[in-house]
Design a protein around this ligand. Structure first.
Ligand code: NAD
Length: 501
């Protein structure tokens, strides 16, 4: 049965004002899973109006009470974890174990940000005048606009929605157009947890028609975007011209470095999971393997065998290791890189073509050998189950190759040498660094984000997330009963003041 998704505006489920819809297709079966509102600026305006009306009461709700609602969101998500995970697998294709992890990340974030309701730490500091007090508080901002991709239908939105809510903001969220049904089920958890109407609004649709008006809307002061670098930069440029604050989380070209002294079996398992998990469609997926010369022959042999053993199919089947790509466009893009690889003289060790499965957008786990630093397959985000292998002589060359891309999200090194491990922590210039672990698997209590073309210096998750969704308010209380002038009054004035007390 096809699911009918609605926008969620002012606590009501509503169709797009134009009445238009688009389809959400199951990428494993090619069946229509849902139809969703194809929204435009009229729908965005209505959602922003609802967020505006709800903002004052929400900002004045004590933060610990806001936190209690987030705890209830966590409890509801725990109850619905299986149902929501199954829906996500059908809507975007990754295997059920991974969609469960996706929902778990939102549960973790709901508890973490619920706890912030009793912290949201500001600070006090001594002030330079007598009989005066100073403190800095985190303040809500107003209406925040959130734009998210399809590859983590629940986790990525949770990194934005939960900190934005605990900080007292109201929200208009535009989910990825491949996952409207998952977005609706996720938003329902907030309504059922008692979030007041209008505090969280969802507008479905495509980037230019629904995302664009959100970016441009004069009442939206903050934008938080996750998606591809090209779209993110366009969003950033428009928002900057309107003086808005923007958080960007964009593409990746993440690498695992394997040194000659690495634990080979561990490295093989980690590489396979990070490169082919989520069909290579994670922002943190490993798409480059930088390997020292000595270990390379044994590593390649083991990796080819592993890649060939990966079972592809519908992610709802617990025996399947890898699901399809998200849509035909993704299949076309990944396929086109096989021609790029051939034109660059790269050797395809395994894979290299769509899988021979009757339905669905499946692509074989692929391993490129003989890749050199600077090639297109080494530099561009392919966003599929494709791993490029670059041979290096030593640690210094490995670091250089790792750091020489447009992106800077995640990197990893496998070594048993503690000195190399610490040098890697020092020298790898990505926002996330792993030692003896693949490039995926971040936990929500630490900042998440990347350097260079991956971001704009902001971070999600952890305490850093609060920076995106709050303004600092500095407060001075003068209880001297006199005009006191910081930086101007002389020591004489100060000492008169002190002796008169
Ligand atoms: P995308 O850039 O195509 O779309 C992302 C979102 O932006 C979607 O909701 C889309 O509708 C919207 N959008 C598109 N054009 C727009 C416009 N002109 N104005 C406003 N909004 C617009 O990305 P995608 O294909 O959905 O996701 C894959 C990308 O996301 C990859 O590059 C991946 O690396 C990245 N990603 C990054 C992170 C991270 O945290 N760094 C996490 C997940 C995914």
């Amino acid at each position: 049965m096809t699911i009918t998704v609605r926008n969620f505006i002012n606590g009501e489920l509503v169709a797009a004002q134009s009445g238009k819809t688009f389809q959400s297709i199951n990428p494993a079966t090619e069946e229509v899973l849902a139809v969703a509102p194809d929204s435009t600026s009229a729908d965005v305006d209505a959602a922003v109006q609802a967020a505006k009306s709800a903002y004052n009461a929400w900002r004045l709700t004590p933060a610990p009470r806001r936190g209690e609602i987030l705890y209830r969101v966590a409890e509801i998500l725990k109850e619905r974890k299986e149902e929501l995970s199954a829906l996500m697998t059908q809507e975007m294709g990754k295997i059920i174990a991974e969609t469960r992890g996706d929902v778990q990340e939102a549960i973790d974030m709901a508890y973490y940000m619920g706890g912030e309701g009793r912290r949201l730490m500001g600070y006090t500091s001594p002030v330079e005048m007598p009989n005066k007090f100073g403190m800095a508080l985190r303040d809500s901002v107003g209406i925040v606009g959130l734009i998210t991709p399809w590859n983590f239908p629940v986790a990525v939105p949770s990194w934005k929605i939960l900190p934005a809510l605990i900080a007292g903001n109201s929200i208009v969220w535009k989910p990825g157009e491949d996952v409207p049904a998952s977005a609706e089920m996720f938003a329902q958890a907030f309504a059922d947890a008692g979030l007041p109407a209008g505090v969280l609004n969802v507008v479905n649709g495509f980037g230019p028609d629904a995302g664009g008006p959100l970016v441009a809307h004069p009442d939206v002061r903050i934008l938080s975007f996750t998606g591809s670098t090209d779209t993110g930069i366009a969003v950033y440029t428009k928002a900057a011209s309107l003086g808005k604050k923007v958080t960007l989380e964009m593409g990746g070209k993440n690498a695992i470095i394997v040194m000659d002294d690495a634990n080979l079996d561990l490295a093989v398992d980690a590489i396979t999971w990070s490169a082919y998990g989520t069909t290579g469609q994670r922002c943190t997926a490993t798409s480059r393997l930088i390997v020292q010369k000595g270990i390379k022959p044994r590593l390649m042999e083991a990796l080819v065998a592993k890649a060939k053993s990966i079972r592809m199919g519908d992610g709802l089947d617990p025996n399947v290791d890898m699901g399809p790509l998200v849509n035909p466009k993704a299949l076309e893009k990944v396929s086109s890189y096989m021609d790029v690889a051939k034109s660059e003289g790269v050797k395809i060790l395994t894979g290299g073509a769509p899988a021979d499965i009757e339905k669905g957008y499946f692509f074989q786990p692929t391993l490129f050998d003989g890749v050199e630093a600077g090639m297109r397959v080494e530099q561009e985000e392919i966003f599929g189950p494709v791993l490029s292998v670059i041979e290096v002589a030593d640690f210094a060359e490995a670091v250089k190759v790792n750091n020489s891309t447009r992106y800077g999200l995640s990197s990893s090194i496998f070594t048993e040498n503690v000195n190399d491990a610490f040098r890697a922590i020092r020298d790898l210039t990505t926002g996330i660094v792993y030692i003896n672990h693949g490039t995926t698997g971040a936990e929500i209590q630490f900042p998440f984000g990347g350097t260079r073309g991956t971001g704009n210096g902001m971070r999600e998750a952890g305490q850093a997330a609060l920076t995106s969704f709050t303004e600092w308010k500095s407060v001075y209380v003068d209880y001297s009963g006199r005009l006191q002038r910081a930086q101007i009054d002389t020591e004489d004035v100060l000492s008169r003041e002190l002796t008169s007390d």
